[in-house]
Design a protein around this ligand. Structure first.
Ligand SMILES: [Mg+2]
Length: 196
């Protein structure tokens, strides 16, 4: 089974911390979760994330964020004590260990005797692969059957310079919308079949 996925993350040149993940299967099944354990003290102070990623998430402090977004970029520094945070009443917001278990079951099923073949795809996916793999800890802790690499839409396009893929119309930096777009592109390229 082919899966396209995308993550949003907080990275600082040293670490890549998962904020949200969206996964779309070739047969149309979808998974989405937001990491309740993300470091919101740092996300709140990160202007690019606050402007581009956080608006797509289930959050508290929506009114404050809407007002913040009316200010032009770089002219208004987000105060560190702003009220934006993950909405823990939203069922998509989950602790990291729950996300890890759910994704393992979503991709690999629950029968260790019948682990399916899984093919992962992402767009500029190097960081996404690390964010996904580190749900399980170290590289050697990756669950049996979980691919140790992610195929990259960009590599496919580099090999096929005449190939065209659609533009993403909306939801850029919403992990599930981004994952759906990757699957759309794979279908255009014939690398994935149509949804069941
Ligand atoms: Mg994205």
């Amino acid at each position: 089974m082919i899966y396209a996925y995308d993550t949003e993350f907080l990275e600082d040149g040293h670490t890549i911390d998962l904020i949200s993940i969206g996964i779309v299967a070739e047969n149309g099944r979808e998974y989405y979760a937001v990491n309740a354990d993300a470091d919101w003290d740092r996300i709140r102070k990160h202007e690019w994330l606050m402007r581009n990623v956080v608006p797509h998430l289930p959050i508290t402090g929506r009114k404050w964020l809407d007002d913040y977004l009316k200010h032009p970029p770089r002219q208004y520094q987000s105060p560190a004590d702003n009220p934006v945070g993950p909405d823990l009443h939203d069922t998509r917001v989950k602790p990291k260990w729950v996300i890890a278990n759910e994704i393992r079951e979503f991709l690999l099923g629950s029968d260790p005797e019948q682990v399916p073949h899984v093919e992962l795809w992402a767009d500029y996916g190097a960081y996404d692969h690390v964010a996904l793999a580190q749900l399980y800890g170290r590289m050697i802790d990756l669950p049996e059957g979980m691919p140790m690499f992610t195929r990259d839409l960009q590599q496919e396009l580099a090999h096929r310079p005449d190939a065209a893929v659609p533009d993403q119309r909306d939801g850029v930096h919403d992990a599930l919308a981004d994952a759906r777009h990757v699957m759309d592109c794979l279908r255009h390229l014939g690398a994935a079949g149509g949804a069941a």
